[in-house]
Design a protein around this ligand. Structure first.
Ligand code: PLP
Length: 264
């Protein structure tokens, strides 16, 4: 019997197939993991805009977590959109109770790329106070880092998020206007590491989810954090080079079978 790491993924459903739980499932599967997908919210959106988001009930999510944990070993956890502040509390309680030694990657999804909120103030407050202290890594993009900390500068935002209890902070540069894109990793122990990557033309929907999922896959395969980030950046770059344009709005990363398997 083949054995691959089981990754618990808590995220929202994006019916355009670009972001959210579909991005996570496709990425984790491509990188040799078995996703355990638990939905936090369902959204109404297409590749142009997010119109609505509705959280699942705490009792449904709580029963799903308990049933999974009773049966399947969880090797790593990734969170995306969290649905409601009640769900953040429930998820944090579950992790603190059952999975405290399991690597947790928190993608602090606050809004859709094309606009539309996925997190209110109470959710953000619980994310900072309850989930961040459990996180091996948090992966905010520039706007998320600014909203979470009130700091414009990536280094100050990174330091602030470390002070809230995350072990490491990767501030990604995809949403800035610079010619190239720079991702910066802040940890307590070391000077920041940074990677400068070519910025591909166009706007993408779901690249943040893809990056965070690819990092958690690397961690679950016992890569160091630096190696997991490097592998994940390469994976994202490839999915963006082959991006799909299913609708009229943003392109989405192509996380499907590799080129050799595709029938065009
Ligand atoms: N999760 C859900 C359910 C979403 O709808 C979105 C954006 O619309 C995201 C996550 C974040 O997407 P991105 O990877 O583009 O930051």
């Amino acid at each position: 019997m083949a054995r691959v790491p089981n990754i618990l993924v808590l995220a929202g459903l994006d019916p355009s197939g670009g972001a959210g739980i579909q991005a996570d499932i496709q990425t984790l599967t491509a990188l040799g993991c078995h996703p355990l997908p638990v939905l936090t919210c369902l959204t109404v959106q297409n590749t142009q805009r997010l119109n609505h988001s509705e959280a699942v009930t705490p009792s449904l999510l709580g029963r799903q977590l308990d049933d999974i944990a009773r049966d399947i070993p969880i090797h790593a956890i990734k969170t995306g959109a969290l649905g409601s502040h009640e769900l953040v509390e429930l998820i944090a309680d579950f992790i603190a109770r059952q999975c405290v030694d399991v690597p947790l990657v928190v993608d602090p999804v606050l809004a859709a790329g094309g606009g539309g909120s996925l997190a209110g103030n109470r959710l953000i407050e619980r994310l900072k106070s309850r989930l961040l202290p459990l996180a091996a890594l948090i992966t905010p993009n520039g706007p998320e880092a600014r909203r979470l900390t009130g700091e414009d500068d990536a280094a100050r935002a990174g330091k602030h998020l470390l002070e809230l209890g995350a072990q490491a902070v990767l501030v990604t540069g995809g949403h800035e206007n610079s010619k190239q894109l720079t991702n910066r990793l802040f940890t307590a122990a070391e000077a920041p590491e940074q990677w400068t990557l070519p910025r591909l033309p166009g706007q993408f929907h779901g690249s943040g989810c893809t990056l965070a999922s690819a990092i958690v896959a690397g961690l679950a395969h016992q890569l160091t954090l630096t190696a997991a980030i490097e592998q994940a950046q390469q994976f994202v770059q490839k999915t963006l080079e082959m991006a799909l344009q299913p609708g009229r709005g943003q392109a989405i990363p192509n996380r499907g079978p590799s080129e050799s398997n595709r029938h065009d």
